[in-house]
Design a protein around this ligand. Structure first.
Ligand SMILES: [Zn+2]
Length: 243
């Protein structure tokens, strides 16, 4: 499948700004360039975890840069004290990243006992914005069990939190759980689409860890129906965010 006229691709997962530990930086220009090259129309941005943990103010920067560049869709980095997405500021989603655990490696299960977690989930349900949520499988299951309709988007189809097949089986019947395609293999994405349908699979690139063009082409080449590719590449997130 090639790009079709009127097909609007939305990247649901990119990092913007400096990384405090990785010694790298994703500039606005870099994201604009990649979006142009990949024919991506809108780009979700959130800060690098290390940067957000050092200075919550980066959430404000995400908002400001999104005002200057309307193709950006700003997501709020959930701080360790479990503040929900603030209302009325313009954030369109949240990013939950190994809260008080070891990033990309092990979850901190004490967070599940935090008295602030219940109110956090309640407020998030009420706000109705999606939450990109990255933790180990068992932690993710415990979290999702506390939700009703909060849209939880699991990045990389669960690749960093365990095995994608296990995430798939664990949440196949949870209609409020979605998966992003970033860095996942084509066969994994295909398996998810076959099992749960195309409407809970969302395109993401994970720039700078993935390249937008490569990640888009991966979806375009899948042996699935064209309308399913369009849903994955943009339609699903447009529906969720009401764009
Ligand atoms: Zn990422």
């Amino acid at each position: 499948m090639k790009y079709r006229k009127g097909m609007a691709v939305i990247d649901s997962h990119t990092h913007w700004g400096p990384s405090a530990v990785l010694g790298l930086q994703v500039s606005t220009e870099e994201l604009l360039l990649q979006a142009k090259e990949a024919r991506v129309e809108r780009v979700v941005i959130f800060p690098f975890p290390s940067t957000a943990l050092q200075d919550e103010g980066v959430n404000e920067e995400i908002l400001q840069v999104s005002k200057r560049h309307p193709l950006f869709i700003p997501y709020y980095y959930i701080p360790e004290d479990l503040k929900p997405i603030p209302r009325g500021k313009g954030f369109l989603g949240g990013k939950w990243h190994w809260v008080r655990g070891v990033q990309d490696c092990s979850s901190n299960y004490r967070v599940l006992e935090d008295p602030r977690l219940g109110p956090f989930i309640e407020e998030m349900e009420d706000i109705g914005l999606p939450l990109v949520f990255e933790e180990e499988l068992a932690f993710t299951q415990a979290f999702v069990a506390k939700t009703r309709h909060l849209r939880v988007i699991i990045p990389h189809m669960g690749l960093l939190g365990g095995r994608p097949e296990e995430f798939l089986e664990a949440f196949a019947k949870r209609e409020n759980v979605y998966f992003d395609t970033s860095l996942a293999s084509p066969s994994t994405i295909e398996r998810f689409v076959k099992r749960i349908g195309p409407h809970r699979v969302i395109f993401g690139s994970d720039v700078p860890f993935g390249r937008m063009k490569t990640e888009v082409e991966k979806v375009l080449r899948l042996p699935i129906r064209d309308e399913d590719k369009e849903a994955i590449l943009g339609g699903n997130l447009r529906r969720i965010l009401d764009l």
